[in-house]
Design a protein around this ligand. Structure first.
Ligand SMILES: Cc1cc2nc3c(=O)[nH]c(=O)nc-3n(C[C@H](O)[C@H](O)[C@H](O)COP(=O)(O)O)c2cc1C
Length: 498
């Protein structure tokens, strides 16, 4: 390994998470790259690894106590950050992130971090629900706005056996973020240099997307109304500016998720600060997933809807500032952060929940609502030789049509048309017959149920737009942006008329 961290000093804060054991490997890697590493181990961290193993690997004393006389004669908590070139918190526990976001200094680690005068790189690690919790989301947003750098977390199996986004990045990945953070200006990719095929950082992906559009840094700077120096810094991985990347994604025609981390899972709910989100002040109801219509106490009529698209839409609307109620049939999807979730089973329950939550400005019927229900038998239907039971199906109420034809209907009613043939014709006919404003039409003959991608048309009274095949999350965000444009136009027309 080349000595990329020669003469560099890292202050590593290890907080209390199961991933603390990986920090031992990180210490080894920093040492191998020639860097000096001093460690602060929180009380929580010391439950997972010992000061002895940290000291053995770092070849330095391990600091644990704020009120230690020996360390504090030289104001240890101040000195530790002054003598470092970069501060890394790995693992960064939810608790430590919350303390940092709120300026709490109640132990050596948080006090040293508050007193720091150096760039701080966080490697969060926690259970996926902790990571998704609106409190953590808000804390992370705040820290990003204060120019903290963040590496990970990544998706994977958790120590608790659950699966999701929250695993700490691997030590090699954190090392590479450290190297990048410590690179002097201009030491990133050179203009003429080949771009790595793995695009493993947002900086490389930004450069790649810009070059694919044949834009110079100066061109992009003009479009984004920022300085060329700012673009250079982001492309060199020296600074992370989520809001900037969000705007760049729009200009470069790539998805924000891809630009941010090459995945379909954004690291935090909204890169836009409150007050600047397109749908702020609007209310939305989104239906998602299948409905289950009971036949008897154990059987039901269902369908293959996974709820992925509907849930992604609810999340995207919430990220854009709308107050969202998500009414969902039985799905495996996690509830999106910041959304009011109502779980139902049958079409009748879904309609009742929709009615209860109206009025709203936006209604999106993404659920695959069963057209029929059976009069359920109170007892399990017994198999009888030679006899096939009749189901006696009756038609369910049409939720989309009901909402679109209400007296006080939402300002924008959007339906979904999952078709297997004559996609456009059927979707346009549905738009008319249901009296809705837009239809998202997709061809389900290609077995898109449950998949992560979708290819849809956005059909309005006057147009049919084909959207390229893309992630369901990207579709949801594009739809949220379209809805934002729609309401801006409505407001402009209203203002002009007044
Ligand atoms: C077995 C176990 C594993 C834990 N793993 C994590 C974790 O991965 N991430 C996290 O944020 N908290 C985790 N916690 C909770 C933290 O240890 C706890 O919030 C503690 O107060 C963190 O203190 P610190 O931030 O000062 O280190 C875990 C707790 C236990 C008992």
């Amino acid at each position: 390994m080349s000595k990329t961290l020669e003469n560099k000093s890292i202050l590593l804060v290890i907080s209390g998470g199961i991933a603390a054991y990986k920090s031992l490997e990180l210490i080894r890697l920093i040492r191998k790259a020639g860097g000096n590493v001093r460690c602060i181990l929180t009380k929580g961290g010391a439950q997972f690894i010992t000061p002895l193993s940290v000291s053995s690997l770092s070849e330095n004393e391990t600091y644990t106590d704020l009120f230690s006389l020996k360390d504090e004669t030289g104001m240890g908590h101040i000195r530790l950050s002054r003598e470092a070139d970069l501060i890394v918190v790995a693992p960064a526990s939810a608790n430590m992130i919350a303390k940092l976001a709120n300026g709490i200094a109640d132990d050596l680690a948080s006090t040293a971090l508050l007193a720091a005068n150096k760039q701080i790189l966080l490697a969060p690690a926690m259970n996926h629900m902790m990571w998704q919790n609106p409190a953590t989301r808000e804390n992370i947003s705040r820290l990003l706005n204060r120019n903290f750098q963040i590496v990970g977390p990544v998706e994977g199996e958790m120590a608790c056996g659950e699966f999701g986004l929250g695993r700490m990045s691997e030590p090699e990945e954190i090392l590479s973020a450290i190297q990048k953070a410590l690179s002097p200006p201009g030491r990133g990719l050179g203009e003429g240099e080949e771009i790595d095929s793995d695009f493993n950082t947002f900086a490389k992906r930004l450069r790649y997307a810009r070059k694919s559009k044949n834009l110079s840094q100066e061109d992009l700077a003009k479009k984004l109304e920022v300085t060329q120096q700012a673009i250079e810094k982001v492309e060199n991985g020296q600074i992370i500016k989520p809001k900037f990347l969000y705007e760049a994604a729009k200009v470069l025609g790539v998805s924000y998720e891809w630009l941010w981390e090459g995945t379909a899972t954004p690291p935090h709910p909204s890169p836009l600060p409150k007050g600047e989100r397109e749908l702020e002040g609007l209310t939305a109801i989104v239906t998602s997933g299948p409905t289950f219509e009971p036949i008897d106490p154990v059987r039901f009529i269902g369908n293959r809807s996974s709820g992925k698209q509907g849930h992604a839409i609810a999340q995207a609307l919430a990220e854009s500032g709308a107050a969202v109620t998500l009414i969902s049939g039985p799905v495996k999807e996690n509830p999106p952060a910041g959304v009011k979730l109502i779980e139902i089973e049958t079409a009748a329950e879904m309609l009742a929940a929709v009615e209860k939550n109206l009025p709203a400005d936006i209604f999106i019927g993404a659920a695959a609502v069963s057209d029929w229900s059976a009069a359920p038998s109170a007892q399990k239907i017994k198999k009888q030789p030679g006899k096939t039971p009749a189901l006696n199906l009756r038609e369910n109420a049409d939720i989309l049509k009901t909402v679109a034809n209400r007296k006080k209907r939402p300002g924008l009613v959007i339906g979904f048309a999952a078709e297997t043939e004559n996609l456009l014709e059927n979707a346009k006919a549905k738009l008319k017959s249901k009296n809705c404003d837009w239809i998202i039409a997709n061809n389900v003959s290609e077995n898109l149920f449950g998949g992560d991608e979708n290819q849809v048309y956005l059909i309005t009274q006057s147009s049919a737009d084909k959207w390229e095949k893309q992630g369901k999350r990207a579709i949801a965000q594009k739809l949220a942006a379209k809805i934002g444009e729609h309401f801006t136009n409505v407001r402009t027309i209203k203002e002009a008329a007044e």
